[in-house]
Design a protein around this ligand. Sequence first.
Ligand SMILES: [Zn+2]
Length: 126
Amino acid sequence: MKKSEMKPFKEMLVQLRARLRGNVSTLADAALAKSGGTGGGSGSAVPSHIADMGSDTYEQDNTLRLMDNEGEVLGQIEGALERIEDGDYGSCVECSGRIPKMRLKAIPYTPYCVKCASEIESSSRY
Ligand SMILES: [Zn+2]
């Protein structure tokens, strides 16, 4: 892909990265605040307190998992930006095939063509 063709993708990636970074830190703050303050009740209603704790833990778990995914996407965005700098952007890192522009517009940070992505996805699943 020509450098001039990469430019709009680079802008998309930079914007996406900024948005994700904002999200990740917000989520981290929320998760942190949650683990810090459990309850504050006097302990009069023990059963409901335990139930509350359970749902809190579950929610926190979800938040952290979401953060994990976003961290992964952030890593892919960084990689894509590096490939733009190297002039390799738009080529599959697995088979060096061309990644269709349609796909890059949908997932600008993807390092794989459709074929490799589906192969990797199916092999990483159990
Ligand atoms: Zn490929």
